[in-house]
Design a protein around this ligand. Structure first.
Ligand code: SAM
Length: 917
């Protein structure tokens, strides 16, 4: 059997490579791709825009990157040099088509399968002891990475160029002993992070070049403290992870098992592994970054020097050690080579780390697909003028997006939502300042308001339409998170919805929800969008190594402040314990970052004491407070108290176009009226098949990067769009470009378009939906048989009418992938009934019979079908009879009999109910 599995893994890899090559070949055959960037193995022309872009971010591009050993001469198609996959041996160039194509949805999905399959194959075939060694001696990797970054070696190697630099010369630049450095670099080479060009001569490659701060070694020698300024945050992120987070992680066992108070240590933000690693008790991570608790603190009631003398640990410096020596030994004042702080260090020895943390977090708002919050919830079904409260809302990044979409001043059609953003005083001040600078009218007209509020105290805003909590709960141990939710529950009316935005950790096995009786279940049955499988066997159901980042983040939250990312089961249980019932989960395709909707339900008896908690959060005894035994002092200390952004906090307000343009996942929003633009595609509920995309790894992505050079692939028809897109070219954007280059535009069906809102002046009618995504309803109802129909209507796989001009049927793998791109009709529906309950999505009786007819397609497709058909039913409910008949007819012509059937059912059901259209 093992050989069978290995062969299966092997073919997964082979098929995924085929998919990638096909996408690259298609892109290469586009005439507009034959520019200087058409192969990643060719050097970027010094005059090419992308070269400038690359230089600004990563310093000087190499004049002549070395060819990858396997790609000495680039392949050609019709005598045009084809775009090759990025070479591991060349520096990372984010603006090159080669690199941009890696974000193409199909490529991204294929990469995930390759990574998952390779990880599993290597774990299977490698002698187990060696795999164990990889894990248990892997501590050397972050240690070496830290030295590499802190000694400015990436910048030194950048200057050296593709031929590299002898280790003695590197050592002369950074002061590390040459022999030691050679060994360290060789370990990194062996893990593909650097390249040993000739004996003892090292050069940057695609991975190491990412750590380049963009400064020259001369600049760094002169002013090391500027290293992370105006950088993309990756070097800072490497520094943070390999320094304090790496050390904190090493103390997991001390905190959770070996400590005399281990039972408490997982429950308090000030008793995390981090506190052990740095010998400080009662100080949270952020307080420590601000300089608290570095000297003279105790852990678990013992003096620091003795408290951490636990089995297997080194002893700590004695109290006789000087402060400077001690702080060095504890790792509190070690800074990159050459760094000498004068200002600030006397007050805060951790000043460097504090600033580094802030810059490292620059990327974490990219956890969420830009604009995802707009599609994560049926905002347009809320009553006009609804109040939305963003609790722990930071500087109000998400609310700004919603405000632009729904409450634009002067727009008669707008939903006129009001927004209250609550946070701590210091953050509220920052938020107000940011909004005043960007769009003061929203504050002046009281569309948005900042309020100081401590979310552990009673919530002063009663009965809003929505409480929103974005990346707040993951900061807190469960008891604290429950208290936050209880405070909201106490202020909620039955109409109030709770929207939680956080990572959702997949299980490492197939989730069996839905296969057990409700009594046995843990409450996740029936949640719309819940998924139980990301990948089919023999891959791990959670896509294994390809999903590693969400688990890294989970443990990072744990070791720093006993926070955690949560599984859906954990989120549901947590919510339920505070009187909230989860009804829906929405994730962007392939992302683990989810939006979870919950509605009020009964508060379990044992937790009802929340309402009698003292408003000042005074400690209440465990007899009366149940699990809410949270001392005020800890609450106070646990809040991040400075302007330090925490993991996932939005640090910059979104741009107007975030609410408008097609983002990298193919999402477009018509913001002026707050209605979705039916001519474009929107995000879909969570996919449940194998090809889910990996989330953008937050801090590793390039959020605040300098503007990338415009794509060089058939961009003419996108000029309007491009004028507003300043992000790195997106997956969807790329897909759209390819689609554009191969297909004509598809206009709206007359019967449908008349119901659509006029296009927003700020949202120029964007080109049509990309080839690789499911077509919109409008596209399907064109009388579309005569046009170039959308090629990826999954119904084709059900042997329904296919268009002769359509491409050949995709491979099973590709088909599954494409299924996941289907969009819900609700998202495309222009005119929904605003009076409907936003959680009124329970399938109608007809739906289950419809779904039954597809049961042979397996669970995943069935659930997709169900969601889809429910949305169709919702949509058709809003049509007049003649429109519904037209839709049915058009759907049939377009070969979409599922849609036609759904319309028919809806017509029947309406007739039976005696309703008239
Ligand atoms: C990870 S950030 C998330 C910010 C924002 N929701 C976003 O998505 O950008 C967590 C936020 O919780 C805030 N916070 C921490 N303790 C708080 C408290 N006790 N009451 C209110 N806000 C608090 C922090 O100031 C910070 O803005």
């Amino acid at each position: 059997m093992t050989f069978v599995v290995l062969r299966q893994l092997h073919s997964i890899i082979g098929e995924a490579l085929d998919d990638i090559e096909r996408v690259y070949a298609e892109a290469s055959s586009s005439p507009d791709t034959s520019g200087p960037h058409s192969t990643s193995t060719l050097p970027p022309s010094p005059s090419s825009p992308s070269c400038h872009s690359s230089r600004s971010m990563f310093g000087n591009s190499y004049a002549s990157p070395p060819p990858s050993p396997s790609t000495a001469s680039p392949p050609t198609i019709n005598n045009v040099a084809s775009i090759d996959f990025p070479s591991l041996d060349s520096p990372y160039d984010p603006a090159s088509p080669s690199e941009t194509l890696t974000a193409h949805p199909e490529v991204f999905s294929a990469i995930n399968r390759i990574v998952a399959a390779c990880g599993q194959m290597s774990a299977t075939v490698q002698p187990p002891f060696l795999t164990l060694c990889d894990a248990v001696m892997g501590y050397h990797l972050p240690s070496c990475m830290r030295l590499f970054e802190a000694s400015h070696t990436p910048e030194i190697l950048k200057k050296a160029g593709p031929n590299g630099l002898h280790v003695k010369a590197i050592a002369e630049e950074n002061g590390v002993d040459a022999t030691k450095l050679a060994h360290i670099l060789r370990l990194l080479c062996t893990h593909h992070f650097v390249r040993e060009v000739t004996p003892n001569v090292f050069a940057n490659n695609r991975l190491s070049s990412m750590i380049d701060s963009g400064k020259s070694i001369e600049e760094l020698r002169e002013s090391p403290e500027i290293k992370y300024e105006n950088s993309n945050g990756i070097a800072a992120f490497v520094g943070l992870c390999t320094d304090e987070l790496h050390k904190a992680s090493a103390f997991l066992t001390e905190a959770y098992l070996l400590s005399p108070k281990a039972h408490l240590n997982g429950k308090e933000p000030t008793r995390a592994p981090f506190n052990y690693a740095f010998g400080c008790e009662g100080v949270d991570f952020f307080g420590w970054l601000e300089g608290e608790g570095i000297q003279g603190k105790h852990v678990n009631g013992r003096a620091r020097s003795e408290s951490i003398k636990l089995p297997g640990m080194f002893s700590r410096p004695s109290h006789g050690t000087s402060d400077h020596q001690r702080s060095n030994a504890m790792g509190t004042s070690d800074v990159p080579a050459g760094t000498q702080y004068t200002g600030g260090q006397a007050e805060n020895p951790n000043q460097f780390r504090l600033e580094r943390f802030g810059i490292a977090m620059a990327g974490t708002d990219s956890w969420e697909v830009p604009g995802a919050a707009l599609n994560a919830f049926d905002w347009e079904l809320l009553p006009r003028g609804s109040l939305i409260v963003d609790v722990g809302g930071g500087i109000g990044s998400t609310m700004m997006l919603l405000a632009h979409a729904f409450s634009r001043p002067g727009d008669e059609d707008a939903m006129n939502f009001k927004f209250i953003i609550q946070d701590r005083q210091v953050v509220v001040d920052m938020g107000e300042k940011a909004w005043r600078a960007k769009c003061p009218e929203y504050l002046d007209l009281e569309i948005a308001e900042f309020k100081v509020h401590d979310f552990f105290t009673p919530q002063p805003i009663k009965d809003p339409a929505v409480f929103f909590l974005r990346v707040v709960l993951h900061d807190w141990p469960t008891d604290y998170a429950r208290l936050i939710l209880l405070r909201l529950r106490d202020a909620a009316s039955p109409r109030t919805k709770l929207l939680i935005a956080d990572f959702i950790i997949p299980l490492a096995c197939t989730d069996d929800f839905g296969s057990r009786s409700t009594e046995d279940g843990d409450g996740i049955e029936g949640i719309m969008g819940a998924e139980n499988l990301l990948a089919p066997a023999p891959l791990l159901p959670n896509l294994g190594k390809a999903s590693a980042n969400v688990y890294w983040m989970d443990l990072t939250m744990q070791v720093t402040f006993n926070g955690q990312e949560r599984t859906l089961r954990e989120i549901v249980a947590l919510a339920r314990s505070a009187g909230w019932k989860v009804t829906r989960v929405v994730k962007a395709h392939g992302s683990h970052f989810g939006h979870i909707t919950a509605i009020p339900t009964d508060i379990p008896l044992q937790n009802r004491v929340s309402s009698s908690l003292p408003s000042d959060g005074r400690k209440v005894s465990s007899q009366t407070s149940g699990t809410l035994n949270i001392p005020r002092e800890i609450l106070t200390r646990s809040m991040s108290r400075c302007c330090t952004p925490t993991f996932g906090s939005g640090r910059v307000l979104p741009s107007l176009e975030d609410a408008t343009v097609k983002n990298r996942f193919g999402f477009v929003y018509t913001k002026v009226s707050g209605k979705r633009n039916p001519n474009v595609e929107t995000l879909k509920p969570a996919p449940n098949v194998a090809t889910a995309r990996k989330p953008r790894p937050s801090p590793l992505s390039i959020p605040n990067s300098p503007p990338s050079a415009p794509l060089r692939i058939n961009t003419s028809s996108l000029s309007q769009t491009q004028s507003v897109i300043r992000r790195r070219p997106s997956h969807a954007h790329m897909a759209q470009l390819y689609s554009q280059s191969h297909q004509g535009s598809i206009s709206l069906a007359p019967g449908i378009s008349s119901r659509h809102p006029p296009p927003s002046p700020l949202s120029p009618r964007l080109p049509v939906s990309p080839l690789s995504r499911r077509s919109s309803l409008a596209n399907l109802s064109l009388g579309a048989a005569s046009q170039n129909p959308p090629s990826l209507i999954p119904i084709r796989q059900l042997n329904e009418t296919s268009n002769p001009t359509a491409p050949p049927p995709p491979s099973p793998t590709v088909s599954r992938h494409k299924l996941t791109h289907r969009q819900s009709f609700a998202q495309l529906t222009p005119a929904r009934k605003r009076s409907e309950s936003i959680v009124n999505h329970s399938p109608k009786p007809e739906l289950s019979s419809l779904a039954r007819t597809f049961h042979h397609l397996g669970d995943a497709v069935q659930r997709e079908t169900r969601t889809y058909a429910t949305r169709v039913l919702d949509f058709t409910d809003t049509l007049r009879k003649d429109e519904a008949t037209q839709l049915e007819e058009d759907s049939r012509k377009a070969g979409c009999s599922l849609l036609a059937a759904a319309v028919q059912i809806e017509k029947g059901s309406v007739a039976r109910r005696g309703d008239s259209y």
